[in-house]
Design a protein around this ligand. Structure first.
Ligand code: THU
Length: 162
């Protein structure tokens, strides 16, 4: 028997320590929460992508009375960006949320399905996607590579059989 472990590296920074570019991206994600359609959860998620071209694409969660028909903010942003710019390279993705139900202080991480989708585009572009995760509090978590959020993800190589 052999034990193994993995290391997840991230940075915890204050909002005031963010670069102007990252602060702007987080601001766009915060504003995107206002566009969420979340009448069932009242949990508004906002995502903002900074592309290599510096263009920012936003997404917000869109719910449906038939629950699985809705979509998370992260996927709305990524699918919109890839539709508009099929050859896009995403440099950084910021994610935040707001809810009227309680104070959402801590940074929040994307759901498993969204992590898999983020990793799909990271693999496609062969460049890491930086992740900025924030709540209403002062702390932002930064991951320089989205793979930090999905250890043991389903890999494209699995389909090749080697
Ligand atoms: N949601 C997101 O938009 N992103 C995530 O990563 C997890 C959850 C949305 C889905 C649903 O509309 C609401 O948040 C509550 O789960």
């Amino acid at each position: 028997m052999a034990e193994f472990s993995i290391t997840i590296k991230g940075l915890s920074v204050r909002k005031s320590e963010l670069s102007a570019s990252d602060a702007e991206l987080l601001d766009r994600a915060e504003k995107a929460t206002l566009n969420a359609y979340a009448p069932y959860s009242q949990f508004n998620v906002g995502a903002a992508l900074r592309l290599e071209t510096d263009e920012i694409i936003i997404g917000s969660n869109q719910e449906n009375v038939a629950y699985p028909s809705g979509l998370c903010a992260e996927r709305v942003a990524l699918f919109a960006a890839s539709t508009l710019h099929p050859q896009m390279v995403v440099k950084t993705m910021a994610i935040t949320a707001r809810t009227t139900k309680f104070e959402l202080t801590d940074p929040l991480a994307p759901c498993g399905g969204c992590r898999q989708v983020i990793m799909e585009y990271q693999r496609k572009q062969q460049q890491p996607i930086r992740m900025l995760l924030a709540g209403k509090g002062d702390i932002v978590w930064i991951f320089e590579d989205a793979s930090m959020l999905l250890p043991f993800g389903f890999e494209a190589d699995y389909l090749k059989g080697d």
